[in-house]
Design a protein around this ligand. Structure first.
Ligand SMILES: [Zn+2]
Length: 157
């Protein structure tokens, strides 16, 4: 976890230059692990922040806002910024939005959240390297299940 050459976090979380929303700090290993190799060389020695806004193509921004990383520069699709399948929900265990929707469509329920919780408890997750946000996916998974159930109730799924 050495970050000896990276300048330290100095103030309030910067806002996304594209949509002005506050961004979240993200570990360097997350950014490094998910960038396409040819983009990695452009990384600056600054902390990076993650924009979680669905309507924004920017994924990471350097603290000085002089390096913007857009979603096409990543080796994975950023689920929360996509509207069309495949939409990754859980990066550690490979669950897609379509998996949740298929379960809800067929049996009006899903074990996916429970399975993820069990595997997280067993410390099998590796969100910091797998998920572009660098954090656990469970919040997004729960949102997706709730939405799928609501769509099913309205016969829209
Ligand atoms: Zn943004």
């Amino acid at each position: 976890m050495s970050q000896c050459c990276v300048t330290s976090y100095t103030g309030a979380a910067p806002t996304c230059p594209m949509n002005g929303k506050p961004m979240k700090p993200v570990e360097r290993k997350t950014v490094e692990g998910l960038l396409k190799p040819e983009i990695k060389v452009d990384l600056l020695l600054q902390p990076y922040y993650f924009c979680n806004a669905p309507d924004c193509d920017i994924v990471y921004v350097s603290e000085g806002k002089d390096h913007l990383v857009t979603k096409d520069m990543l080796i994975v699709r950023v689920g929360i910024k996509e509207t069309e399948d495949p939409i990754p929900l859980c990066y550690c265990f490979g669950y897609m939005r379509a998996d949740v929707r298929e379960d809800i469509r067929q049996k009006n329920d899903t074990d996916i959240e429970t399975i993820i919780r069990q595997r997280v408890k067993a410390k099998e997750c590796w969100c910091e390297e797998a998920n572009p946000s660098g954090t656990c996916c469970l919040g997004e998974v729960m949102k997706s299940i709730k939405l799928a159930k609501a769509l099913k109730d309205q016969n829209l799924l």
